[in-house]
Design a protein around this ligand. Structure first.
Ligand SMILES: Cc1cc2nc3c(=O)[nH]c(=O)nc-3n(C[C@H](O)[C@H](O)[C@H](O)COP(=O)(O)OP(=O)(O)OC[C@H]3O[C@@H](n4cnc5c(N)ncnc54)[C@H](O)[C@@H]3O)c2cc1C
Length: 442
């Protein structure tokens, strides 16, 4: 089971039409709907389960410029400005705190990579710096073990995933967004080639535009309109502890384990070095495009062949308007985790912070990350399908960038000047024979 998420009541009246329908009540769909509503655009937000029940509540909560793909830096800079004013704008607590992020450098090679990233990021006015081992120990009280320093961005921050998207959704509704939960979209329909309506389990809604922000379900939703996107899912494990006395203020990654303070006094502990990729029919199909990323991650990525292969082979089919769909059968993706991964993370944490020996695990959960071959999202119109837009594939770092990603999506839908150059996020990059590749800075 995932962590408890702040509840958002649905709108009372089921709408029959809208200017824009947004599919997916994760933080990307919510941020898009909010941004559309701020422009006075009549928007309906549809969620098959409840707001933020999938990735958007299960993530670590890091709002990070540090070590990001350079193509995302203009967008994350805009997003961080928005996070800074978010609690004030919403009149609610999202948990946003700007206490910095540190990535420890565990080898000379990694330190070199961090230094090169700092140089590149400077061109985007990002003030990151390299900490010496002594400075690292000052920032991380109780640190043990030898490290070559750390990449430090003081103006990065964190927010509470179980609060942020719900708070944004409530504000969006106050601006006029109609939110329907337990309302799966079965299919996106066209008339004379352009998007005309969506069919949900509760009836049809006519509209001029549709935004697909379905996280790990986006590939299936797009398959329903005959558009093939190369998207896979990766399982990541997270745990939260009971309240602890911890003086570490920034979010910290030691490579094999990461931690951040929570508003409730506990820690969120996780690791990107213990991810699992289930082998599925799609992973075999997309092997050539994902191979470079897979090869880079081979030491930290565990491959698993099991029930998911059979499930996806037999059940993962796009919805049909007149039949109960998979989206209704699986209200919330709640992947099974391996308890050994939890023990390993705690063991690694104890190695770096011996005082964490007595932390008590309150809960652990899994989240399925929607990932692209170049590990940057699609925020784009869909060539050949007028009225259809897509915001997906945030590849494990969509929470921090969500406010500006939502704004960019709303810019593209409404025809406004885009907040940043949208070219890196074009869907067409996968069909134009471009070399798409992930950047690895951390
Ligand atoms: C373990 C983990 C750790 C992470 N850590 C971080 C981090 O520290 N910082 C960071 O920036 N990012 C992080 N991320 C990534 C971040 O959580 C995601 O990029 C982001 O939440 C994606 O938001 P989303 O709205 O696109 O997707 P989701 O939150 O997955 O939402 C998609 C929604 O669409 C709904 N939906 C799908 N199909 C339909 C349908 N047919 N009809 C109606 N609704 C539908 C789903 O039910 C779901 O609620 C992490 C992710 C995970 C899993």
């Amino acid at each position: 089971m995932g962590p408890g998420v702040d509840l958002v009541p649905s709108s009372e009246i089921f709408p029959s039409q809208a200017e824009v329908v947004v599919i997916g009540g994760g933080i990307i769909g919510v941020a898009t709907a909010l941004s559309l509503a701020r422009r006075g655009i009549k928007t309906v937000l549809l969620e098959k389960g409840t707001v933020a029940a999938e990735q958007s509540s299960r993530n670590w909560g890091w709002c990070r410029r540090t070590g990001r793909d350079l193509r995302e830096l203009p967008l994350i800079n805009e997003s961080m400005k928005m996070w800074e004013g978010m609690n004030r704008l919403l009149g609610r607590e999202t948990g946003f705190r700007q206490e910095g992020i540190i990535y420890a450098s565990r080898s000379e090679a990694q330190r070199e990579r961090h230094l090169r990233w700092i140089e590149e990021a400077r061109q985007h006015a990002i003030a990151s710096e390299m900490l010496s081992p002594a400075q690292l120990s000052q920032r991380i009280p109780g640190l043990a073990g030898s490290l070559s320093g750390g990449l430090w961005t003081p103006l990065d921050g964190r927010a509470e995933p179980q609060k942020a998207a719900p708070a944004m959704a409530i504000y969006a509704m106050a601006l006029g967004v109609n939110l329907q939960q337990y309302c799966a979209v079965r299919s996106i329909e066209r008339s004379a080639g352009r998007v005309s309506h969506v069919v949900t389990e509760h009836g049809a809604i006519s509209c001029q535009s549709v935004v697909v922000a379905g996280g790990a379900w986006s590939r299936l939703l797009m398959q329903g309109v005959g558009v093939d996107i190369p998207q896979l899912k990766v399982l990541s494990t997270v745990l939260r502890t009971r309240p602890v006395a911890c003086e570490v203020k920034p979010c910290v990654s030691f490579g094999n384990v990461s931690l951040r303070k929570r508003l409730d006094g506990g820690l969120t502990i996780a690791s990107s070095a213990t991810n699992t990729a289930d082998i599925t029919p799609d992973s075999l199909r997309f092997l050539p495009s994902f191979f470079p990323a897979f090869w880079h991650e081979r030491k930290s990525l565990q491959l698993r062949l099991g029930q998911r292969f059979i499930d996806e082979a037999l059940r993962w089919r796009p919805g049909q308007p007149d039949k109960v769909s998979l989206y209704e059968q699986v209200r919330v993706l709640d992947p099974r985790i391996d308890p050994a991964v939890v023990s390993k993370m705690l063991c690694n944490l104890k190695r770096w912070l011996p005082s964490s020996d007595n932390v008590q695990v309150a809960q652990s959960w899994g989240g399925l990350i929607d990932t692209m071959p170049d590990a940057i999202p699609i925020i784009s119109a869909t060539p050949g399908v007028p009225g259809l837009f897509l915001a997906t594939g945030f590849s494990g770092h969509g929470f921090g960038i969500a406010p500006a990603a939502g704004q960019l999506m709303a810019d593209l839908v409404s025809g406004a000047t885009p907040i940043v150059d949208p070219a890196p996020f074009r869907l067409a990059r996968f069909s134009q024979g471009e070399k798409v590749q992930a950047q690895h800075w951390l």
